[in-house]
Write a protein that binds this ligand. Structure first.
Ligand code: GLY
Length: 397
């Protein structure tokens, strides 16, 4: 056996033993107490808002709850939260509620005006299919994926994110998350064309997304006629050359998920680089929860983004399963989750408009959703808790 081969075996054995040790210790986060809190919050929600054609998103400036229609990019998360409650409690009542808030989203499978069909359909119907194998849910996932690829341009090699100015053909880092719909659909249907489109998009993204220090640009804007990159910009971050915290978290999660489906080492490396940047910066913050943009000069008098922490924590737990250095990713995820489970971030029962987490930031430059609950923070928080609780047996594909 060559030295190189022995080194790989040693590293794999070390990674495995480190994973087993982490799984044994996985009691540090009060998962059961958070589930009990979530049961109270959602029971309160159902008693006040029983209409399953309305989807909770956030808190408005007047303090009341923001409910949306199914067309909103965040509409699928509440169903996803309920599917995670079904997984975490193994109770039929949560499956019934999850099904109710899933099935009212079905019309969106044909919506071509958004790239967020992954968030809308995969986190609701996709999660539901994973748990129930309901063939109707699979059909919706497949239909939505054929709708989403209508936004793909072979000239650019990417799916178009938004249709509004000043962008010409914007591809945002968030869009990596929507590729999970295509990769799942490719696996479910055996149609390699869907996977090819997802991989082409990821290859284009990878070419331009990162700066030298592996921080991310939020928006890549292309010329649709030539496929040339026009500009690297921001929309929700502080500046074109700053690092928007949730964008960096989408990159960690997105490239880790891409590695899960493809086993392409380039994606694993990208996920690790994005994660290392995120951890290096959150390690400077006592509770490890990022401010909304890593480069805001107003830090520490700047809003936090608990949603970025939740997305990153969930992504890092998965990344630790694939990495040869799992410990740093396990520790970073645990540090963030520990803080999110404290009263500073976890809402008391009956407060926070029945959302779980406080202190997220949606779009600071537009003065929108600053220091509020966000339904997607709760989604990735519940997913991270589920991944944490099942770490020893976590098999993501
Ligand atoms: N996809 C929009 C956001 O992350 O705010």
């Amino acid at each position: 056996m060559g030295v190189q081969h022995r080194a790989v075996l040693f590293l794999s054995a070390w990674a495995l033993s480190s994973q087993a040790a982490f799984a044994q210790k996985a009691t540090a986060i009060p998962v059961e107490a958070v589930i009990a809190r979530a049961e109270k919050q959602y029971t309160g929600y159902f008693s006040q808002y029983p209409d399953s054609t309305k989807f909770p998103r956030s808190t408005k400036e007047d303090g009341t709850i923001l409910l949306t229609s199914s067309r909103n990019w965040t509409s699928g998360f509440f169903a996803g939260n309920l599917w995670y409650m079904a997984r975490l409690t193994n109770q039929e009542s949560w499956r019934r509620r999850a099904a109710a808030w899933t099935e009212t989203l079905e019309a969106e499978k044909n919506t071509t005006s958004t790239h967020d069909l992954g968030f809308i359909i995969n986190n609701s119907f996709g999660q539901g299919y994973a748990l129930t194998q309901n063939p109707k849910y699979k059909e919706v996932v497949l239909q939505a994926s054929t709708t989403l690829v209508r936004r793909f341009s072979p000239t650019v090699g990417a799916i178009r994110s938004w249709d509004f100015a000043p962008f010409t053909y914007p591809v945002i880092v968030d869009n990596l998350m929507n590729l999970e719909l295509l990769l799942s659909a490719a696996k479910l249907s055996g149609d390699p064309a869907l996977a090819r489109i997802a991989k082409t998009h990821a290859t284009t993204d990878l070419k331009y997304r990162f700066r030298k220090d592996y921080s991310t640009f939020h928006v890549l804007d292309f010329d649709p006629a030539t496929g040339q990159l026009r500009q690297q910009m921001t929309h929700q971050g502080l500046a074109d050359n700053s690092c928007w915290a949730r964008g960096q978290a989408w990159a960690i999660y997105g490239y880790t998920m891409l590695y899960r489906f493809t086993r392409d080492k380039q994606y694993l490396a990208a996920a690790q680089h994005a994660a290392d940047y995120f951890i290096q910066h959150t390690n400077k913050i006592p509770d490890h929860i990022p401010y909304w943009d890593f480069n805001d000069p107003a830090i520490p008098h700047s809003p936090r983004d608990a949603s970025a922490a939740a997305v990153a924590a969930s992504g890092l737990l998965e990344l630790s399963k694939y990495s040869k250095s799992p410990k740093k990713y396990q520790e970073a995820a645990t540090a963030m989750l520990s803080s999110l489970c404290t009263p500073q971030y976890l809402a008391a029962a009956g407060t926070n408009n029945f959302f779980l987490l406080k202190h997220s930031t949606g779009n600071k430059p537009s003065n929108s959703e600053i220091d509020v609950p966000l339904v997607y923070a709760d989604y990735y928080f519940l997913e991270a808790l589920w991944r944490y609780k099942n770490y020893a047996t976590l098999a993501l594909q």
